[in-house]
Write a protein that binds this ligand. Sequence first.
Ligand SMILES: *Cc1c(COP(=O)(O)O)cnc(C)c1O
Length: 462
Amino acid sequence: MRYISTRGQAPILTFEEAMMTGLARDGGLYVPETVPTLSAEEIAAMAGKSYEEIAFQVMRPYVGDTFTDEEFESLIDKAYAGFGHAARAPLVQLGPNHFLLELFHGPTLAFKDFAMQLIGQMMQFALGRSGKRITIVGATSGDTGSAAIEAFRGLSNVDVFILFPHGRVSEVQRRQMTTPSEANVHALAVDGDFDDCQAALKDMFNDFDFREEVALAGVNSINWGRVLAQVVYYFSSAVSLGAPHRKVSFTVPTGNFGDIFAGYIAKKMGLPIEKLVVATNQNDILDRTLKTGIQKKEGVTPSISPSMDIQVSSNFERALFDAYGRDGAVVTQQMEDLKSKGEFTISQGAFDFLKATFDSGRASEEETSATITAQRTLTGEILCPHSAVGVKVAEEHLSDIPMITLATAHPAKFPAAVEAATGIYPTLPPRMSDLFEREERVTRVANDLSALQSLIRERRSR
Ligand SMILES: *Cc1c(COP(=O)(O)O)cnc(C)c1O
């Protein structure tokens, strides 16, 4: 299996190389050269299998000869062993034909654990074999950083540095980043906001000497390894509702288009998905794009679902690449327009292509809150604000085809919004109830590139 860039000008890579590289050198994103398909019989045979067995079957064709079957099986087992639910991604029913896929039973209580835990195992294995070391640096508004730290803590060939805006993440998120005691974990509280953290990260990747010196690697949501791991739960949930004999639809609360793009890959692989519904909060660039065919940047307004407060949806580029018949030159042009003019218009043909699969909706702050309140009464389910955005939009798209809404975080990760809507303060699962007693370890840093770089040079192990 080979990987090509959405802009057509970067080297073609293997799975291992694409995972280690992240962003392609031409600024594009890596995608598989061809998407493997599974027959209806193969999908039907997944019924009754464990999450890990389905994960192996879905992902095996993508990793090529990076791992043997035995190696890959063992990496998958290790990745999900720390989850707090035997089903890994259990389904619960919300109403007639409406189901909730709980993706928050991982170690940091958000769906990002599904991808990050696996990528941690895969990278460590590949590095152990090559004897190389890498330095992972990430910027976070909360969930990505905690998931990355949890996935890489204690791994011997990796140092992980996470930049987060000082004073601007929730207490649960901060403690998940600052309480791991392993020496290879470095939580850095930057005196600035999330954009400053992201800008510093970008500057580090563009400083090629530094990049080489510390063997810089990234694990943000454009990494193909992350998208791939997310394809699995589309299969596992659809099969438990009767696929491939019965179609299903999904509603996905999304900002960066990462999670829902994994659903698109599942569909391309042969899973009978009727519609993939994009659910956005008030930062609704994706909903507007799918309604008008014009992608136009507007400012970000902070919301109660902060992990979806995004202006530029990086993974959308992957869908656009297919919509334009894999023409890298057109994608490059559109991405340049977005950067320079703040918008681009999708051609009618490409727009029709996208509309055949994707639908969309948005939830205001009031609607999100009201949905948390209503679900508490109607089903007893306590939703996090991101999942509530999904449920609200899904309710507008119900039909005779079963709808699965993705629940992306545990309510205890966003207790203030949940308490305001329900009067109930959501508690952490027992396995992490001592989070507030654990000792914190964090370094406060100025928002200054060279200070950050010196710190990373100094702290990383060799
Ligand atoms: C990251 C995140 C999202 C958005 O994920 P995308 O990759 O943008 O689809 C939604 N909900 C939660 C809780 C998240 O952490």
